[in-house]
Design a protein. Structure first.
Length: 256
């Protein structure tokens, strides 16, 4: 079962909420696209220049061969200088606007990122096709962060919804670990901790593109997040207090 296979939409109850009172979005009926995804070269150029400004222009690309809806690549920035981690950033999520609630249209464009420790297997690569059957990335224990990043980037378009700061997404219902031995069963959309804060927003002629971090959570952290309206902010504050960044570290301290 995939990350989002169990998502259902309460068609007769748009008032569903978490225990903390936040809206609960549960989705069904994946969107059927009637066209092959096209690459918007102008937007790619803007995004590439933005990333080069803040994290450098040395990257390889996990290319997507067959695309519908959006053409979604993942840029892999190797450790460099003071940044001793791999940085993974989507490119293509913002080619389509998300379906935003009334009054929140400024947030309709987004890309996602996460960071991995320098020892993560499979990321010392040349530009190549994004297939999960090559070398160490054939092991789901190495590939799951990439799968998570791509799945979340497609979610708003496939289900005609949106992702924004503070959203949390469980890995199924009931939530399961992303891979064997992994403590994380969900993710929080938050700030790119550890990077220049100005990377967060890219101004374009069509409106801003926001660069959100994907922050994996344990069961206990997800429970804290949904149990109170301040749960997401509390977790981010605790990450800052622990001097944690957006790096995916299965051995980091429990925050709940």
């Amino acid at each position: 079962m995939g990350i989002f296979d169990r998502w259902k939409k309460h068609a007769d109850d748009d008032r569903a909420t978490t225990p903390g009172g936040d809206p609960l979005y549960v989705h069904d009926d994946i969107r059927a696209y009637d066209e092959v995804a096209a690459i918007d070269a102008d937007r790619v150029q803007l995004r590439d220049a933005h990333l080069a400004r803040f994290v450098g222009d040395d990257w390889t690309v996990l290319h997507e061969i067959a695309s519908v809806g959006i053409h979604l690549d993942v840029y892999v920035f190797p450790p460099m200088g003071d940044r001793d981690v791999y940085l993974l950033v989507t490119s293509g999520m913002s080619d389509r606007p998300m379906a935003m609630p009334p009054g929140a249209e400024d947030g309709r464009f987004a890309e996602l990122m996460l960071a991995l420790p320098p020892y993560w297997a499979g990321l010392e690569l040349d530009d190549s096709a994004d297939t999960a059957d090559r070398g160490p990335l054939s092991d789901e224990r190495n590939y799951w962060p990439i799968r998570l990043l791509k799945g979340l980037a497609r979610l708003p378009h496939d289900y005609e919804t949106f992702l924004s700061w503070g959203h949390s997404i469980p890995n199924g219902d009931p939530a399961e670990p992303y891979a064997p031995g992994v403590p994380f069963t969900g993710a929080l959309i938050g700030p790119p901790l550890g990077l220049d804060p100005d990377i967060f927003e890219l101004q374009t002629p069509d409106g801003p593109i926001f660069y959100y971090a994907v922050l994996p959570l344990t069961d206990a952290e997800m429970e804290l997040k949904i149990s109170t309206p301040e749960g997401g902010s509390l977790l981010i504050d605790r990450m800052i207090d622990e001097d944690l960044t957006m790096v995916v570290d299965p051995d980091r301290p429990e925050l709940a």
